[in-house]
Design a protein around this ligand. Structure first.
Ligand code: C2E
Length: 701
């Protein structure tokens, strides 16, 4: 056992010696004793620590009376202090005990054999007190600093304690709440019934078991403010396992509830328009189907896809596209009844669920109202936008008996509406389903075609309208399908674009076309240019420029004899990045052409910024040259514009000598069209080149 150290503070050497002797001979082991005669010495010694108990006289040369005790007690509160007193000053010693001293030893009793025992008990008790104090402090600080409200009661259910958070949440201060019935301070009502709830503390005390608060409990603050709370109550037991009270721990769940509500909303709604998303639609649709089955009623699913939305999105940017979608969403909502559901599946696809008994007519009326409402101009961000939509309709139970089938069939009907010229609605029938299956088959077969050798490239000459000689060719892909024969791009390019297969197809065409151009160059056609179409997906592909460079390296074609044809809509989508890619391409040395010029939404100011070499007038304008409506005004304007911007102008789709002569008169430099030649395989093209002047009657000067 480690010996306890006693500090004797006394001016009386004899007194000190007596004590030392007594303590040195203690029965259960000697004490270590140290003696000082002045308070100042005692203070210095105490600062060095290691003292277990102090025996101090109140009268020292440098301190008198109670002050002596007060100074020592303040300096080392955890060390027990016993006063040394003669009879004359006993009253003062008692006063010191009231100030915190552990007791006093009377002169004349120092040799009592019980003294060491008493000192040991005091040291021990003080240590326990100190440990308890630290423990209590830890609990107090913890309770005051946690974010939960904590409240305790006695066994009668009267409040004994509230922490700061509980004070804040109940509106009762600790003093005011003290001894009041729990139900008064911790006032709970049921969130649903709004009735005063039975106070759970009473139940816990009754049953002696922990209890979780009802999730819908509302705590009514003293001033009437209500907050949803959650938490638990636990009974407190004494050593005999008897309940002495209960502790309630609770916290405000308003924010958690609001957040849960928000998350649930986000999971089921479209972030842009706030409409129900696919998940919620499928839920509502399944419920509606179950209802319709029970009551033998019908319902209709309208599948909408905006016509040419991509075009607007690409040319005017996503911000405008998003605004348009929001505008479409609010018009849709305004056209249907409250009980119907308008949802956005993503992109420009919406689904309207129409619940009605007299169905076919109702679906028709709704579809017509929607077509009409959407067609009115949308004035957004300084633009006046016109958009139409194609709608497919499927009906329960005729067109499917679950949510998935109804949506899928309405989608197929929507494709049919697109085929029927857009801006119309179509009801689903089995043939449409076949069409959807056909699209899927095309995709599967196209994958096979890419890996096999089914894709070919045909070449259509571009002709100098003055000399009649070929200046180059446009490479046009063909699919030599094992069952269906030679297929034109329109039959598979849209599927290739939707599925992303266009990137692989583009590479095949580019490699073949560049290889072929190199071969013709080697045969002596030194200024012959090969034009290749580039789709949006390829142009935006991160590896596009790099793979182009590789193909040029592989085939040995000089970059300046390759011309890339890009449509206006591809370029207008994200103008800044388009300019950056175009510049990179120009650095590589290739020529750039805008295809189908005039059909897009190009802003002329942007056009000026693109490093373009060639404008290709869309064939629809060329073909309107001879009609009474067009009269070639647009063609003439494009030629003028191209000339001003220093670009070559190529007229596409030249079919008649009247068109040719118009183009020639208006100084269009190049032409392409059936009048000269349809697209043909490479061998036929070589023969065509051998003829010299190509095709119809070029009006030579
Ligand atoms: N009515 C009429 N048409 C004429 C005349 N002269 C040529 N054409 C046709 O007009 C289309 C011109 O190509 P485009 O505008 O780039 O339009 C192309 C192009 O956008 C796309 N395409 C073709 N090959 C590729 C390719 O390798 N990659 C990509 N991304 N698209 C391609 O498919 C479209 C259609 O290609 P094709 O069916 O080969 O159709 C070709 C061509 O056969 C004419 O005098 N009158």
């Amino acid at each position: 056992m480690v010996a306890n150290t006693v500090l004797i503070i006394s001016n009386d050497a004899a007194e000190a010696k007596l004590l030392k002797d007594t303590l040195a001979t203690a029965r259960d082991g000697p004490f270590v004793t140290e003696w000082v005669g002045h308070l100042s010495d005692a203070i210095s010694r105490l600062e060095r620590r290691g003292i277990d108990i102090i025996l101090a006289s109140l009268f020292l040369p440098d301190s008198h009376g109670l002050d002596t005790f007060d100074v020592l007690f303040k300096l080392v509160p955890p060390i027990p202090i016993m006063m040394l007193s003669d009879e004359e000053h006993e009253a003062l010693a008692i006063e010191a005990v009231q100030h915190g001293a552990q007791g006093f030893l009377s002169k004349g009793h120092y040799q009592n054999s019980l003294v060491p025992q008493a000192l040991r008990n005091i040291i021990q008790r003080k240590k326990v007190e100190e440990a308890l104090f630290v423990e209590r402090e830890r609990s107090r600080v913890t309770l005051e600093s946690i974010g939960d409200g904590v409240l305790s009661t006695d066994v009668a259910g009267n409040v004994t304690y509230l922490n700061a958070e509980a004070e804040r949440m109940t509106g009762w201060s600790r003093d005011e709440a003290q001894s009041r019935p729990i139900a008064e301070v911790f006032h709970l009502i049921d969130g649903e019934t709004r009735q005063r709830a039975r106070n759970p503390v009473e139940m816990v005390i009754e049953q002696g078991k922990n209890l979780a608060l009802h999730a819908d409990s509302l705590l009514v603050r003293r001033d009437g403010y209500e907050s949803p709370i959650e938490d638990s109550i636990a009974p407190i037991f004494d050593r005999n396992n008897d309940i002495t009270g209960a502790v309630v721990t609770f916290h405000d769940v308003s924010e958690a509830k609001a957040m849960a509500h928000k998350m649930a909303h986000l999971a089921q709604h479209d972030y842009l328009t706030g409409l129900p998303n696919r998940l919620l639609l499928s839920d509502r649709l399944s419920q509606a189907i179950a209802y319709a089955k029970r009551h033998t009623t019908q319902l209709a699913v309208l599948f909408l896809d905006l016509d040419n939305f991509k075009h607007i999105n690409d040319s005017l940017g996503h911000a405008v596209g998003d605004k348009l979608l929001e505008s479409v969403a609010s018009r849709l909502v305004s056209q249907v009844r409250h009980s119907d559901t308008v949802s956005r599946l993503g992109g420009d696809e919406f689904v309207v669920l129409v619940l009605e008994d007299a169905l076919a007519e109702h679906a028709t009326i709704t579809a017509e109202k929607i077509l009409h409402a959407l067609a009115a101009p949308h004035r957004l961000a300084g633009h006046e936008l016109h958009i139409t939509t194609s709608i497919g309709i499927s009906v329960f139970p005729a067109d499917g008996d679950d949510a998935e089938a109804l949506v899928k069939n309405a989608d197929a009907a929507m494709y049919h509406a697109k085929k029927m010229g857009k801006n119309n609605y179509q009801f689903f029938n089995r043939a449409m389903n076949e069409l959807a299956v056909e699209r899927h088959t095309t995709e599967v077969e196209l994958r096979r075609a890419i890996n096999g050798n089914e894709l070919l490239v045909y070449y259509q000459p571009k002709v100098d309208l003055v000399s009649g000689m070929a200046t180059g060719a446009e490479a046009l892909v063909r699919w030599n399908h094992p069952d269906k024969g030679m297929m034109l791009p329109d039959a598979f390019i849209p599927v290739a674009e939707d599925s992303g297969l266009i990137v692989a197809i583009g590479k095949i065409v580019l490699r073949q076309a560049c290889g072929q151009a190199k071969a013709w160059h080697d045969q002596g056609l030194h200024s012959f240019t090969m034009a290749v179409n580039v789709s949006a997906l390829e142009f935006r592909d991160r590896h596009f420029v790099e793979s182009l460079r590789n193909v040029l390296d592989e085939t040995g074609l000089d970059a300046r004899f390759l011309q890339l044809e890009l449509t206006e809509s591809v370029l207008m989508r994200n103008v800044d990045s388009s300019i950056a890619v175009l510049r990179e391409l120009k650095q590589l040395g290739v020529q750039l052409a805008i295809d189908d010029f005039g059909t897009g939404y190009s802003s002329l100011s942007y056009l000026n910024q693109f490093p373009i070499d060639v404008l290709k007038i869309d064939q629809s304008f060329v073909q309107s040259i001879s009609s009474s409506v067009g009269n070639g005004v647009i063609v003439n304007a494009v030629i003028g514009m191209g000339t001003c911007l220093g670009q070559r102008v190529v007229a596409e789709g030249v079919e008649t000598s009247a068109q040719l002569s118009f183009l020639h008169t208006h100084h269009c430099t190049e032409g392409q069209g059936y009048l000269f030649s349809a697209p043909v395989p490479a061998d036929d093209f070589t023969r065509l080149l051998g003829q010299g002047v190509i095709g119809g009657s070029v009006p030579l000067q």
